[in-house]
Design a protein. Sequence first.
Length: 347
Amino acid sequence: MKYILSFMALWLVACQSANPYEDKTLALVPLKTFPLEKISVRAMVLLEKNVGFAGSDATFGFVNTQNQTIATSNLKNHGVISDFRAVAATPQNFFMLSIGNPALLYKATHKGMEVVYREEDPAVFYDAMLFIDNQFGIAIGDPIEGRMSVLSTENGGQQWVKQTWSQSPKLEEGENIFAASNSALAHYGDKLWVATGGNKSRVFYSENRGYKWQELASLPLAQGSASKGAFSIAFYDAKHGIAMGGDYEQPADRNGTGAITDDGGKTWQPLTADSSFGYVSCVKYVPNSKGYALVACSPNGLYYSTDRGYHWQCLSAEVYHALLFIDEQTLIASGDEKISIFRVVSR
């Protein structure tokens, strides 16, 4: 009897770990496209079932995914001329962080947009931000005096504090973070991962909300110049993750565009050129896919994988910069002069 029970236990484990997308293909059904004339959007965040976004020309807005409507505004009347590449949200508030000098971090209130953090420095440039829970948020940016810029809040975004020079990770000369899609920063629980590019492409890791950092690994991605490296990183759980990028000046180059980890980022397996499709600006896991299904966007179109990212197939020739899943069946994509909602179907 004990041998039968052991066999049953192994069989159950095998069933639970099986790929639910094996032998399936994904397809996109367009639901709605919102034109945004002369506006580029690279940062979106989920607000329950809706989406907040911010982009170029000081523009921001909200998409209601239930009735498929959009509302847009801008901060030109406040004298703001900057672009926004980083957004985040709690259940109560929406935040957006500008690039360039000065860095302006806004919180949406019932009275409008309120500046909750300001930083002036010729080198300031923030790239990505997120909230781990209702209280703790973090933003990361390009190095100042050789150290990554790290902001954090512990009170839901009311006040933000920058880490001291000695607290933040040390970057090499010419090593930066990319603001391609608000996804150079990822988290699972309290664990954080940051992907870099430029002269070096690495992963930095914190297991305690960014209070202490360590260099976790060098990435087997294209690197060595300002246009190369990891542009997007995602983790499905504490072990399984993916980093993608390449060379945005050579978007058709398939060498060094992606790598996959099964041990929390300690080691990375590179994608082969044959299984790649070129430069990637954003990659996201399909929710409830056990980490097997992903969607990525690039100047070469939208692509999907159903085997953890080892092989990719084309979904659409449409070009977008950033992606966000509303749920397993609903994807929103943003790019130049448009935001689109899609239904994701498997067959």
